[in-house]
Design a binder for this molecule. Structure first.
Ligand code: ARG
Length: 459
């Protein structure tokens, strides 16, 4: 059924009908559409625009539609243009004339703005839960690995030793910011657009704040033209999701590298790996690769919507219907990315001895050797130069700094003494780094305690 047949004399072209329709994808917010309609008629009755009998019959009809959709008795066929027409048509079919009053003082423009906001708000709440689980998993790894030594990298070259707890602490921060961004997106979007009409409000005495309250919004939006044209909250969500994906993709990339035969820092569980059809020996990190790969389509959604919105004059334009499929795709994608990352992390094994052995190679204690000299009154720039020469000697003789004889140290600088060995041991290099946020045991214990408290406060 069409909601707008009156001024037309010819039937819509079939191609146009198919091109224009949105029911095939906006049916996913039927619940939100019905919830919004129930709030709308409740307010209409309170304002004496509808009788309480009409209100009750409409609400009963809407509830029976919801129930039948859920039971699979009512299918989304192609007889309606969108979910709004679908619900209204079935309401009229079920309850007759009272159903024709549902759309009093409302336009599909404020209706779709409302439905989408309700749907996105529910989506944000799910994302918060999923991120909470991921943060708990990351914190778990941190707690278990305060003294798991590993090399830290810059330029993917071994740089200084650190711990696995410290490394994962960085991801804890990223996912915590992601959580925080969602909270602030939710807060900014939580204003009800219903009652904005097509864009210029209406002459009925609607109580917009009352509707907002019924639907758990903080209040109603301030400008009706903006209300029906605003898709900022979607762009914010897509941007939040893009950043989450970017973080997941970076972690995936590390897991892929750590899982190579050359590193063997981690072993992926069989349940989270896949094999090769030709090479029997292979166990591939496909899931990490797919998380990395799917990040591209999430960015794609953000860029598509930004581009769709960029030239739109006020107020509603049909271009805005394009906001749905791309948002839904990004939402579905990122939900599975977060779930899979949590599962992959909880099933993955860390190879402590490989990590520690790797931390000992590659002169990761060179900075500490320089700092040792500085503490003996050598200027840092000179110390840097001296240790550079030590490293060169080490490379030429295939020796780590720890394996130098005292004589070899002294040949390069007389300042070295036998306390150098203690100063550059892996344990010292890590454990003495106790500035705020550093990997030393004292500092990381504090970081972990704080993180626990923060996580608890998110509950
Ligand atoms: N399906 C439309 C959308 O998603 C609903 C709003 C239609 N409004 C209109 N004036 N044609 O944007």
């Amino acid at each position: 059924m069409k909601l707008w047949g009156g001024r037309f004399t010819k039937k819509t072209n079939k191609l146009v009908e198919n091109f224009n329709e949105s029911l095939s994808f906006d049916h996913r917010f039927y619940k939100q559409d019905i919830r919004g309609s129930i709030a709308h008629v409740t307010m209409l009755a309170k304002q004496n625009i509808l009788s309480s009998d009409e209100r009750d019959r409409i609400i009963e009809g809407l509830k029976s539609i919801e129930e039948d959709i859920e039971k699979g008795n009512l299918r989304f066929d192609d007889s309606s243009e969108d979910i709004h027409s679908f619900v209204e048509a079935h309401l009229i079919e079920r309850i007759g004339d009272a159903g024709k009053k549902l759309h009093t003082g409302r336009s599909r423009n404020d209706q779709v703005a409302l439905d989408m906001k309700l749907y996105i708000r529910d989506g944000i709440d799910t994302f918060k839960e999923l991120l909470y689980e991921l943060l708990s998993e990351v914190l778990h790894i941190m707690e278990d690995n305060r003294s798991t030594y590993m090399p830290g990298f810059t330029h993917l070259q071994k740089a200084q030793p650190t711990t696995l707890a410290h490394h994962f602490g960085a991801y804890f921060e990223m996912f915590l910011r992601d959580y925080d961004r969602l909270v602030s997106t939710r807060k900014r979007m939580n204003l009800s657009p219903l009652g904005s009409g097509a864009f210029a409000g209406t002459t009925y005495e609607l109580d917009r704040d009352y509707v907002a309250d019924l639907l758990d919004f903080d209040t109603a939006t301030r400008n009706s033209m903006d209300s029906v044209s605003d898709r900022d909250y979607l762009l914010e969500l897509l941007s939040d999701l893009s950043i989450i994906s970017m973080h997941l993709s970076r972690l995936s990339e590390e897991i892929i590298i750590w899982n190579t035969d050359e590193y063997r820092f981690v072993e992926m569980d069989d349940t989270y790996s896949t094999g090769s059809s030709i090479m029997p020996q292979k166990k591939n990190p496909d899931i990490a690769e797919l998380i990395r790969g799917k990040t591209g389509r999430v960015y794609g959604s953000l860029i598509s919507l930004l581009t769709a919105m960029k030239g739109l004059p006020l107020a509603y334009n049909k271009d805005m219907q394009e906001d749905k499929e791309m948002s839904f795709d990004a939402i579905d994608t990122v939900k599975s990315l977060i779930k899979l990352m949590s599962g992959m992390l909880s099933s993955m094994k860390f190879n402590h001895s490989r990590m520690e052995a790797s931390a000992k190679g590659g002169f990761t204690n060179a900075t500490d050797a320089a700092d040792y000299l500085v503490k003996k009154n050598v200027a840092f720039r000179d110390a840097h130069e001296i240790v550079g020469r030590l490293v060169l000697y080490g490379i030429e003789h295939n020796k780590a700094l720890d394996d130098f004889t005292l004589e070899e140290f002294k040949n390069i600088s007389e300042v070295f003494d036998k306390d150098i060995y203690e100063a550059i041991s892996l344990k010292t290099c890590v454990e003495k780094r106790n500035t705020k946020g550093a990997p030393g045991l004292e500092a990381i214990n504090k970081e972990i305690e704080d993180s626990k408290r923060i996580l608890e406060s998110l509950k």
